[in-house]
Design a protein around this ligand. Sequence first.
Ligand code: IPE
Ligand code: IPE
Ligand code: MG
Length: 258
Amino acid sequence: MALFQSSTRTIPDVPGVPRHIAIIMDGNGRWARQRFLPRVAGHQRGVETVRDVVGACRELGVEYLTLFAFSSENWRRPADEVSFLMQLFLKMLEREVIKLHDNNIRLKIIGDRRQFDDKLNVRIAEAEQLTANNTSLTLTVAANYGGRWDIMRAVQAMLRARPELSAGFGETDLEPYLSMHYAPEPDLFIRTGGEQRISNFLLWQMAYTELYFTDTLWPAFDSDALQAAIRSYQKRERRFGRTSEQLQDEQAQSGKDH
Ligand code: IPE
Ligand code: IPE
Ligand code: MG
């Protein structure tokens, strides 16, 4: 199992296109309300955006796309909306997995599965198994996910496996137990829908991620909007604690080496 180095220690190259994009897909309810439709119509429409964004990421050469579909706090919503979202998730798995597989996309689901029913859990396991060896894009869907849950669960799993660490442990001891151990940390985080918060998404993994917020509601987000986010990312200077001058020196040095 390859474990990616944390960007807070090993500084990754800054490529043109982010290797890993993580998105909070927000604004479905408002999109529907603006059209005098029920909130769930926004969720339905949001699925089409997911398709477009997955396709665009694959074409652009993004290696990892992580989508927040349902937070551990979303159970607080009205029961009929929660149940609609679960049904939609199941339908997506049933309908889309073959297409993902045909496009060489690996699907991963992160989050606490214990609250899902058996049917959903079987479909998740099948989908992950079918696509496990695909090599184009890794699409991770965060469902019943919470950043704090992830960290707590990782600590517990680590201590169960390696009780000697109860005396003390470091970041590299913990990282293999986090849900996204198979991916580098997100380079770019996008939140649609205008809110400027993390809402308990990938707390550990986003320590040095570039943040991008847009008012565009998720059902209206498209490949142009995605490219605007990537352009904004490309203008940033990722310093990881260093000074601008240090980075420029390094660039000049690596230019000489080539
Ligand atoms: C995001 O859209 C989808 C989920 C949280 C499942 P919302 O449903 O939060 O839409 P708004 O924020 O109410 O517009
Ligand atoms: C965050 O959206 C979670 C998902 C997109 C799945 P919410 O709309 O639930 O976030 P808050 O509650 O407004 O922060
Ligand atoms: Mg919302």
